[in-house]
Design a protein around this ligand. Structure first.
Ligand code: HEM
Length: 412
């Protein structure tokens, strides 16, 4: 990975809130800003000790106070030294530490701490998936509710309501929202806290430590969590599509359709999630973008793998320097076309409908992403080296299963 320079912001906004810095950054103590507290705690810790005794909070407080890209050498130097000495079995440190010292060699997975998140989710267990995703949403809601309480008004309310509606889909929380902003903030805070309290120890720990924003901006907390949530949805989709292929190879049409049904349900979260993202102010995103060079989601392996698992894709990477995607065997479309005649077209009809539904949902998600991008960055180029919105618009036109679109003879 190419070494990148830290790009600096001359002056952070002074206020806390939308388009401003985070409440935690605004309230940071001088020793958290300087890193003195984190450095002292790291100096007193040794890799021979149990990972649970690691001074996460002190390190996180420094990172939140200054932004990951501006973490002080007095903190990153001991983190680097610990990263090379820490035993491989001292979870979660080997998965967490690299993202604390990636200021000059950033990647998308390092930004999101993808491997750490995947270490606490069983993609074959919906409760586990719901726990992790709901926990990430609840953590976002907690931060937005706190901001609404201190800064009541339309802007904070709209985002808090949007995040609460995502959590509502993942929990049994009721949707009735008090009209008064502060009461609504308390209500939303209680929903978030109740959800977080129901999580297992490992998921709760990971949700707490997997937030390493690269800037001091309040809006990055929301953005960071949204990207993490999408990435986990993509990972889940990969698994469901793989298993649909396995079922299809065995001739189990119903089972294959059920796998795709689950994929479609979780993909349905993308619409309310993009509603949250549309609350991103342009100015904030400009600042986040300046710092996210080398961390574009165009690098997402799970996203590209979804498309590769569905059907052969036209050759040619969309951007240079993309990480390799694990090779896939026969695609779902190839398996489908190889067995369809032996199984019979009428029998496969329900599955064709599921595949068409998945394609529709996938491309709708891509079109929404294009629309949001256009609203937030206009015609600017992407940080991943593509033409930006125009590239996304074209990408949203490519079907997941071209044979189904072209082959009008498939029964539906
Ligand atoms: C403020 C909101 C967002 C903006 C303005 C934005 C912008 C962009 C742009 C310009 C690209 C083109 C690639 C590049 O050159 O960087 C891109 C690609 C991509 N973005 Fe976003 N994005 C946003 C949010 C998200 C979120 C939350 C996700 C969730 C993971 C995401 C996932 C992706 C993916 C997977 C690609 C690759 C698309 C492809 O190759 O077909 N984006 N984004």
């Amino acid at each position: 990975m190419v070494e990148r320079q830290v790009v600096s912001v001359r002056e952070w906004p002074r206020h806390a809130g939308p388009e401003g810095i985070s409440a935690r950054a605004a309230a940071a103590s001088p020793t958290d800003v300087s890193g003195a507290r984190a450095a002292a705690a790291l100096g007193a810790w040794s890799p021979d000790r149990a990972p649970e005794s690691f001074p996460y909070q002190e390190v996180l407080d420094h990172f939140v106070a200054v932004g990951r890209m501006y973490a002080g050498e007095r903190v990153t130097a001991p983190l680097r030294a610990i990263a090379v000495r820490v035993p491989a079995d001292s979870w979660p440190l080997p998965l967490w530490l690299p993202s604390t010292v990636d200021q000059h060699n950033s990647t998308y997975d390092g930004y999101l701490l993808t491997r750490l998140l995947l270490s606490v989710v069983d993609l074959d267990d919906e409760r586990s998936v719901g726990g992790l995703l709901g926990g990430l949403v609840a953590d976002t809601l907690l931060a937005e509710a706190a901001m609404l309480r201190s800064t009541p008004g339309r802007v904070c309310r709209a985002r808090t309501a949007a995040v609460a509606s995502v959590l509502g889909r993942l929990s049994s929380s009721d949707g009735a929202a008090p009209a008064d902003d502060r009461e609504f903030a308390d209500h939303a805070g209680r929903l978030a806290t109740a959800f977080l309290a129901g999580l297992g120890r490992e998921q709760a720990l990971v949700i707490g430590i997997a937030l390493l924003p690269i800037t001091r901006m309040h809006d990055e907390h929301m953005f960071f969590r949204c990207v993490q949530i999408f990435e986990m949805i993509y990972a889940y989709l990969c698994r469901r599509i793989e298993l649909a292929g396995v079922a299809l190879l065995r001739g189990e049409i119903v089972a294959a359709g059920e796998q795709l049904d689950r994929a479609i349900w979780w993909l349905g979260l993308s619409r309310p999630l993009y509603r949250v993202l549309t609350t991103m102010p342009r100015r904030s995103f400009e600042i986040i973008r300046v710092h996210s060079d080398g961390r574009s989601a165009v690098q997402s392996r799970h996203y590209r793998r979804i498309e590769l698992l569905c059907a052969p894709r036209p050759a040619g990477p969309p951007a240079v320097g993309l990480p390799p995607v694990e090779p896939v065997g026969a695609t779902l479309q190839e398996i489908f076309t190889s067995i369809v005649d032996s199984i019979g077209r009428t029998t496969v009809a329900p599955l064709v409908c599921r595949m068409a539904d998945l394609d529709r949902a996938w491309r709708a998600m891509k079109r929404t992403h294009w629309g949001v991008t256009l609203k937030i960055i206009g015609d600017d180029r992407g940080t991943g080296g593509t033409s930006g919105a125009e590239y996304l618009k074209r990408a949203a036109e490519v079907p997941l299963f071209p044979a189904l679109v072209d082959g009008a003879e498939w029964p539906r």
